[in-house]
Design a protein around this ligand. Sequence first.
Ligand code: AMP
Ligand code: ZN
Length: 113
Amino acid sequence: MSDCIFCKIIGGQIPSSKVFEDEMVYAFRDIEPMAPVHVLVVPKVHIPSADGVNTENSAYVARIFEAIPQIAAAEGLTNGYRVITNCGEDGCQTVKHLHFHILGGKKLPETMA
Ligand code: AMP
Ligand code: ZN
């Protein structure tokens, strides 16, 4: 999508701090980290949110979840981490391109909502 910030990051039109890339997945550091490690993992196709996952594109999600343990290991997250995706208005999703936050490097708060 031409006006999508994460599509522009994937395409190299907006700079990012890349931590992982393969033919389906791109991962980069969050610009406003909420933990010592805060990485965003995104599909290289524009899927608007978790609510837009379907049988046509779910292979991208599977590949993301194959990449996550590799990214976590490379980031030194040996004591665990959290994976979050915010979806839609009530989920407080701000960027409308599916992304999974990897948060770690400290003991995270227990509360989720
Ligand atoms: P969400 O609120 O789940 O949609 O998360 C969007 C995330 O994208 C936020 O944590 C932002 O800090 C992050 N973000 C927005 N723009 C950029 C950017 N240019 N580079 C890296 N992270 C970004
Ligand atoms: Zn996009």
